[in-house]
Design a protein around this ligand. Structure first.
Ligand code: ADP
Ligand code: ADP
Length: 226
């Protein structure tokens, strides 16, 4: 049931007098199927925490374990979605979503089925042949989500994924990600600074405190979601 374990993790950027303690003694366990929202003021270390889980940054002390194995660098078991989607502009929507499955040498059929399924999940079935620069912000973010999901990651790490979208698009995206989470039994770790968004989506909310980033409180919200 437990998927990720963060043990006594601290993160310091830089050296000696110019250093910043971004995370201090973080302990957190993420279970399979959870939708965790991390809430906290700007600069409290939310992104740093996500980067440590993703394997982009090594903690200064402590460790991150995924299924009892220490995380060493990024890989497709931990998919990341950023606030501004980073898509391949020379590829169509189809090619973006197929990229991961192709890298993993799936059969032609599996690649096509995976791509079709997740484009349907993000409501973009009619846009496979489009280039991503032809799409709106919300659509691009949906391509980025489909591309990550097509890798069947163990966990999806999202860093304020809807922060750059207008209010209506954001609401649609929130509903969409909640459906995807429910239908696919996905595990999601989701950063936001929007309290309403956290309360709407999360099964657990992790509240972080200002510098240095520590976990202030963890709220269980399960009851409201099923
Ligand atoms: P949040 O995502 O909550 O806004 P961050 O994790 O981005 O917080 O930042 C936490 C702290 O670490 C801040 O004080 C920030 O200035 C600092 N920080 C973040 N990234 C770096 C970096 N690459 N080098 C030095 N300091 C950084
Ligand atoms: P209560 O429901 O009485 O607040 P909790 O178990 O929620 O008790 O939390 C007790 C204290 O421990 C709180 O201050 C909370 O912020 C802190 N805490 C809970 N879980 C963690 C964790 N995984 N890492 C760090 N601090 C935590």
């Amino acid at each position: 049931k437990s998927l990720i374990k963060i043990e006594n993790m601290s993160l310091e950027y830089g050296e000696s007098i110019n250093s910043t303690l971004a995370l201090k003694n973080i302990n957190l366990e993420i279970n399979k199927g959870e939708f965790i929202c991390v809430l906290g003021p700007s600069g409290c270390g939310k992104s740093s925490l996500l980067k440590c889980i993703a394997g982009y940054v090594n903690p200064s002390s402590g460790r991150v374990l995924m299924q009892d194995k220490e995380v060493e660098g990024p890989d497709w078991h931990r998919g990341v979605v950023f606030q501004s989607p980073t898509l391949y502009p020379w590829m169509t929507v189809n090619q973006n979503v197929e990229f991961g499955p192709k890298m993993r040498n799936l059969s032609k059929n599996e690649i096509e089925n995976t791509r079709k399924y997740f484009l349907e999940e993000v409501d973009l079935s009619g846009f496979g042949e489009n280039y991503t620069f032809e799409l709106s912000g919300g659509m691009k973010q949906r391509v980025a989500i489909a591309r990550v999901l097509a890798n069947y990651p163990q966990v999806v790490l999202m860093d304020e994924p809807f922060g750059a979208l207008d209010a209506l698009t954001r609401e649609n995206m929130q509903n969409l990600i909640r459906n995807i989470w429910q239908e696919n039994n996905t595990t999601i770790f989701f950063i936001t600074h929007d309290v309403d968004e956290a309360l709407l989506l999360a099964t657990r909310v992790v509240l972080m405190s200002k510098q240095p980033g520590e976990i202030l409180k963890i709220f269980e919200l399960d009851f409201s979601k099923q």
